[in-house]
Ligand binder design. Sequence first.
Ligand code: NDP
Ligand code: 8X3
Length: 276
Amino acid sequence: MLAPATNKMSMHSAPYSSVAPPPAGVALVTGVTSGIGEACARLFCAEGWRVVGWGRRRDRLEALGASLGDLFFAQSVDVRDRACVNNSLQMLPEEFAPIAVLVSNAGLALGVDKAPEANLDDWETMIDTNCRAMVSLTRAVLPGMIQRRRGHVISIGSVAGSYPYPGGNVYGATKAFVRQFALNLRADLLGTPVRSTNIEPGMVHTEFSAVRFGGDAERAKTVYEGLEPLSAADIANAVLWCASLPQHVNVNTLELMPTGQAFSPFAIDRTGGSRP
Ligand code: NDP
Ligand code: 8X3
């Protein structure tokens, strides 16, 4: 006969798989026309989820729709356009309307110029897309999630939100905002079943660098040379894993890097240039 203490132990070490994951539902993924968003749309559909996919490039939305079939519903949306966002949500067909997971992925970096030379329009575009649009969409979907007693807001932040680097200025600041917003959602949503997670990738091989360098594909290629970067599918797998955990588990933040990426020492000016 087992001693009571051992009995207690065995009760707590019950196989994790005995806790049912949430069933597949509807996921709204922003920025599905390339990279991480497209990989999320493909993976969620492959796992039986219905996916509402947003992006601006209609040709790519159509191609993705043709590839994914009835589980995918595309809407051409610029996430910065609040009226378009709200209309698009209202126009969802009944079977795509109850959004269970929001993957706030649409975003971008523009430029690597240092602050005194950076383009102010680029800064505003990053703030509008990565921050303003993201909070506006989140605000639109939260009440329905709470009412249906099911929801998970998963934002795609970045290591740039935690670790500063030269030329990261506003991009990194937007991702710090995304991170803190996700954590503050946890505070606000306590007492509801709605979860909040910020996924924070390092280098992922997508169109991100081409966009950052104004379409210069050759320059973008050099970013990923000589190491194996993360793939969009790596991040999609992390997103799906977070969404598929049992309801009582909330991943607050999840940081991923390629094994070939790490941190630098502090930069020190030894030229005297820091003196008045
Ligand atoms: P991509 O450039 O490949 O994809 C970006 C997606 O965002 C596109 O589908 C684009 O669609 C969409 N998008 C951009 N602006 C808007 C807008 N105004 N309205 C609607 N959709 C928009 O880059 P990634 O897949 O790499 O980037 C996805 C997210 O991951 C971003 O938030 C990025 O900051 C983050 N990230 C990326 C990393 C990387 O190294 N690649 C690392 C860490 C985070 P369209 O142009 O058709 O509108
Ligand atoms: C993208 C990762 O390191 O290029 O968010 O800023 S990094």
